[in-house]
Design a protein around this ligand. Structure first.
Ligand code: ADP
Length: 507
C-alpha cells in the first residue's frame, strides 16, 4: 500500500494533540491539587484530632477545680497534707504558712514567690482554695486553707493531680487512640510589641519541637491559669499514621487514575488512527474501483465501435470480438458484485441460505467457476478430494465464492509457476479446504492485515493485478458467519497456503 497520506496523518496528529490537551492538562492540574492536599494533609489531621479532643478537655478543665475542692487538709506529723475523699495524697511535703503578711516555708523559693505576690493571709478565701503561682520560674499548683488569720498551704504533686484527671477522664473516651492527660506550664507572653511577639513565637516553636506531641490543649480556668491541660499520645504518632495512610490511599488512587487515563488515551488514539486509516482506504477504494470500472468499460466501448463500424468482416473474428466482449462484461459484473456483496455485509443485510451439502458439491462449484474463467498462461490445478467426506451445512454459493476467491488469488499472485493445489481434509469436527500456490508469498507484516477490508499488499505484482482488496475480507466474513475460520501460512517468494476450516454439519 502507498504510505499514509500526510494530510490524514496531520489531521490525526492534530486531533490527538487536542485530545491530549483536553484530557491530560486538566488531569495534571487535578494531580497538582492532590499534591497540595498531601502537603496540607498533616495540618488537616492535626485539626481533626484537636477537634475530637476539645470537648473532653473542656469538660475536664471544668471538672478539675471541683475535684480539688472535694479534697481536704489533714495533719501528718504536724505537717499539713491534702488528701482526696478516698484518701489519696495530692500534696508534696513542701508546705507554707501565712500569718498576716508574714510568709514562712522551708522551701525558700516558694516563700519568695508568695512574698512577691504580696499575699497577706486576708487575701486568701475562707476554707480551702487552690491556685497556681510561678515559683522559681516554674508554674506550681498550690492549695491553701485559711483558719482565722492563719493560712496553711501545700505545694501539689503534679503527678497526683494528673492521676486525678486521668481517673475523671475514664468515662469520656472519645477516641480509641491511647492517650495521657498532662499538665503543662502555660506559655506566657514575655514581651510587649513586635519583638515580644516574635520571642514568644520562637519560644512556642521550640517548645513544640522539643516537648511532647500535643494533640489538643486547653488553658485551666483561673486561679489555675498558669497551667494548660494537654492530650498527649502514648502510642505511635497518630498524626503521622493517619496522614501516611491518607497519602498511600491518595497515591494509589492517583496511580489508578493515571493508568486508566493512559489506557483511555492510548485506546482513543488507536481508534482515531484506525478511523483515519480507514477513511484513507475508502478514498483509495473509490479511485481504485473507478479505475477498475473504466478499464473494462473502455474495452467494451472499443469492441462495440469495431463491430458497429463493420470493421470486422470475418465471422471467426466477429466471434472472437464477441468473446472478448463477454469476458470484459463478466469482469465488470464480478467487480460490481463484489462491491455490492461488501455493502450488504457492512450493513448487516447479507443473508445465508444454509443447507446440508456434500463437500464435493461445494468444491466442484468453485473449481468449475474457476476453470470457466479463461485464464491466460498455463494453469495446473490439482484437486485432492478424498472419499467419504462428512457433510457441511453451508450456503453453497457463498462458500464456493470464498473458495473461488482463494483460487483466483493463488493464480493472480503467482508469476510463472502457476501450480495450484486444492486439498480437502476432514476429521470428526472440521473440514479443511486448503489452496496452495507457489507464488510471491506474503510477508509476516502483511499477513496480519490482508484480511482487512481494502487492504492490498504494496508490490509490483499487486499494482499490475486488478483487485479491490475486498476479496479476502468478504471470504473471512462468510467463513466466520458459518462458524468456521480462515488461516494462512506463507513464505515470501515461496508461496502461500490459505485454509478454510468449516465445522462438520450435524444433521
Ligand atoms: P484483491 O482484490 O486485491 O485480490 P484480496 O482481499 O483478495 O484483494 O487480497 C488482498 C491482498 O492480499 C492482495 O492484494 C494481495 O496483495 C494479497 N494476496 C492475497 N492472496 C495472495 C496469495 N495467494 N499470494 C500472495 N498474495 C496474496
Amino acid at each position: 500500500m502507498a504510505s499514509p497520506q500526510p494530510s490524514i496523518i496531520l489531521s490525526f496528529r492534530r486531533t490527538f494533540a487536542l485530545l491530549i490537551v483536553l484530557v491530560v492538562l486538566p488531569s495534571a492540574g487535578l494531580s497538582g491539587f492532590g499534591v497540595v492536599a498531601i502537603i496540607n494533609e498533616r495540618a488537616a489531621v492535626e485539626k481533626r484530632l484537636e477537634a475530637t479532643w476539645q470537648g473532653t478537655l473542656e469538660t475536664l478543665t471544668e471538672d478539675l477545680p471541683a475535684a480539688l475542692r472535694s479534697a481536704r487538709f489533714v495533719l501528718v506529723d504536724g505537717q499539713p497534707r491534702l488528701v482526696t475523699s478516698d484518701g489519696r495524697l495530692l500534696s508534696t511535703p513542701a508546705s507554707f504558712r501565712v500569718e498576716g503578711k508574714q510568709v514562712s516555708s522551708p522551701d525558700a523559693e516558694l516563700a519568695a514567690a508568695l512574698q512577691a505576690v504580696q499575699s497577706s493571709s486576708a487575701d486568701f478565701p475562707a476554707g480551702t482554695s487552690h491556685f497556681s503561682l510561678m515559683v522559681g520560674g516554674r508554674a506550681t499548683l498550690l492549695a491553701a486553707e485559711r483558719q482565722g488569720d492563719v493560712v496553711h498551704g501545700v505545694r501539689l504533686s503534679q503527678d497526683a493531680v494528673e492521676a486525678l484527671i486521668e481517673e475523671r477522664a475514664e468515662g469520656q473516651v472519645t477516641s480509641s487512640e491511647p492517650v495521657r492527660f498532662v499538665l503543662l506550664a502555660r506559655q506566657e507572653a514575655t514581651g510587649e510589641g513586635l519583638m515580644g511577639k516574635l520571642a514568644l513565637e520562637v519560644a512556642q516553636a521550640r517548645a513544640s519541637a522539643l516537648g511532647p506531641l500535643v494533640l489538643a490543649e486547653q488553658v485551666l480556668p483561673p486561679p489555675l491559669q498558669d497551667f494548660r491541660l494537654a492530650v498527649v499520645p502514648t502510642g505511635e504518632d497518630p498524626i503521622a499514621r493517619a496522614s501516611t495512610r491518607n497519602r498511600v490511599v491518595y497515591v494509589v488512587l492517583l496511580g489508578l487514575f493515571y493508568v486508566t487515563l493512559t489506557f483511555g488515551v492510548v485506546y482513543t488514539g488507536r481508534v482515531l488512527y484506525r478511523e483515519a486509516r480507514l477513511s484513507r482506504m475508502k478514498t483509495d477504494f473509490v479511485s481504485l474501483v473507478s479505475h477498475e470500472l473504466r478499464t473494462p468499460i473502455t474495452s467494451i466501448r472499443m469492441f462495440i465501435e469495431t463491430l458497429a463500424l463493420g470493421r470486422v468482416k470475418d465471422p471467426a473474428q466477429t466471434q472472437q470480438v464477441l468473446q472478448l466482449l463477454t469476458q470484459e462484461t463478466e469482469r465488470l459484473g464480478t467487480l460490481v458484485d463484489r462491491v455490492l456483496d461488501w455493502a450488504r455485509i457492512e450493513s448487516g443485510r447479507k443473508v445465508y441460505h444454509r443447507e446440508f451439502l456434500p463437500v464435493p458439491a461445494v468444491v466442484d462449484a468453485a473449481v468449475t467457476a474457476f476453470r470457466a474463467q479463461r485464464l491466460e498462461g498455463e494453469l495446473r490445478l490439482s484437486v485432492d478430494l478424498p472419499e467419504n467426506l462428512p457433510q457441511v451445512q453451508v450456503d453453497r454459493e457463498a462458500i464456493a465464492g470464498a473458495l473461488l476467491n482463494l483460487l483466483q488469488n493463488a493464480y493472480k499472485y503467482s508469476k510463472e509457476d502457476k501450480r495450484i493445489s486444492l486439498i480437502v481434509r476432514a476429521d470428526r469436527k472440521w473440514v479443511d479446504l486448503t489452496v496452495e500456490d507457489h507464488g510471491v508469498g506474503i510477508s509476516p507484516r502483511d499477513r496480519r492485515r490482508i484480511f482487512e477490508r481494502f487492504y492490498r499488499v504494496d508490490n509490483l505484482l499487486t499494482r499490475k493485478t486488478e483487485g479491490s482488496g475486498l476479496g479476502l475480507a468478504i471470504a473471512k466474513h462468510i467463513v466466520e458467519a458459518h462458524g468456521g475460520r480462515i488461516t494462512l501460512k506463507s513464505e515470501l517468494g515461496k508461496g502461500s497456503r490459505f485454509t478454510i476450516q468449516l465445522p462438520v454439519g450435524k444433521a
